[in-house]
Design a binder for this molecule. Structure first.
Ligand code: OKP
Ligand code: ZN
Length: 329
């Protein structure tokens, strides 16, 4: 399988994230990179498709903000990474505020997603990596893997959060539709609900979104991913903490049957290895040996498939989990 990666994705190196009343070491750190690269035989660097495919999904004011936020943070005299602390939860609207803290709140939904010096470049090249792998699939490969990092599935059209800045699945779905595909299915099997992807595509006819994830009543992102959000082109299958393969497999069958009924001509898989039993921030009990059959079931649909990396924070198990999943294709 052709695998894509750009070394500029290493430059995003957050030190801390804020939750449960304290700063904690960032879970989405560059140590994940070598763990995953060690499991891939060779990777190809993507070419530069430019900003246009990103702007088909993301608001240009948001993209400008991402691009300049760290410089503005430094100009405001701050050390460390940029983090928001005030959020316009009522009537979020463009107020053209100048202060960096106001802009951070405007464009963020959590305090776990810092912007550092290399964040914009890493997010940009993560998106290009995704597009590179998409082009391989559009060019005739049965499947391809993009080692996207930082992840993308929590980012909306004009907001970041959940370690995500640009929504790679959405960027690739739009690019595929722009290249003549007619129906894209996104299957999100990360432990966390892909709220950004759901928000971007809710109500669309040409993109369907199915997600299997931890019940948001107990797990991040809390406000999205509940079963009753399933309608039309959206299917949410929340599962309880402690879920193992015996309980996961029937949900996967449901998601794949639902996807098959929509007859997609491209599948985008958002793969998170944070469903693994050893994951430090997650609570499912999948084993490394479960990922190969998981992927084999997706592959059995016989639809061209783009695989994107989302979460997975058990660094010692990460390489084995990624290679087990890819081997199922
Ligand atoms: C990103 B992806 C830890 C709180 C951290 C953010 C989780 C982001 C997950 N208990 N909250 O979906 O893997
Ligand atoms: Zn996750």
């Amino acid at each position: 399988m052709r695998c894509f990666w750009d070394d500029r994705q290493r430059g995003h190196a957050p030190l801390t994230e804020f939750f449960n009343g304290n700063l904690h070491p960032a879970a989405e750190h560059p140590g994940r990179v070598d763990a995953i690269l060690a499991a891939l035989r060779t990777t190809e660097a993507p070419s530069d498709a430019g900003i246009e495919p990103i702007l088909r999904v993301h608001d240009s004011g948001y993209v400008d903000f991402l691009h300049s936020a760290f410089t503005e943070w430094r100009s405001a005299g701050r050390d460390g990474d940029a983090l928001p602390y005030t959020f316009p939860v009522v009537e979020r609207r463009p107020l053209a505020l100048d202060r960096i803290d106001a802009k951070l709140g405007q464009y963020s939904f959590d305090t776990a997603t810092p912007i550092g010096e290399g964040t914009w470049a890493a997010a940009y090249w993560s998106a290009q990596t995704a597009i590179g792998a998409l082009d391989a699939v559009l060019g005739g490969e049965a499947n391809a893997f993009a080692f996207t990092r930082p992840p993308g599935h929590h980012a909306g059209s004009d907001y970041l959060g959940g370690y995500s800045y640009l929504n790679h699945a959405a960027i690739c779905a739009e690019a595929a539709l722009g290249s003549g595909r007619t129906k894209v299915a996104i299957l999100d099997v990360d432990y966390h609900h892909g709220n950004g992807t759901q928000d971007i595509f809710a109500g669309r006819e040409d993109v369907v979104f199915a997600s299997i994830h931890a019940d948001p009543s107990t797990d991040y992102p809390f406000f999205w991913g509940h079963a009753d959000e399933s309608r039309g082109n959206l299917l949410n299958l929340p599962l309880p903490r402690g879920t193992d393969w015996t309980d996961y497999a029937p949900a996967l069958t449901r998601a794949l049957d639902w996807i098959e009924r929509h007859e997609p001509d491209l599948i985008v898989v958002c793969y998170g290895a944070d469903t693994h039993e050893a994951d430090p921030i997650s609570f499912f009990r999948l084993k490394t040996s479960d990922y190969e059959p998981m992927a084999r079931r997706v592959a059995s649909l016989g639809v061209p498939t783009l695989i994107l990396m989302e979460g997975g924070y058990a660094v010692d198990a990460l390489g084995a989990n990624v290679s087990a999943f890819l081997s199922g294709f």
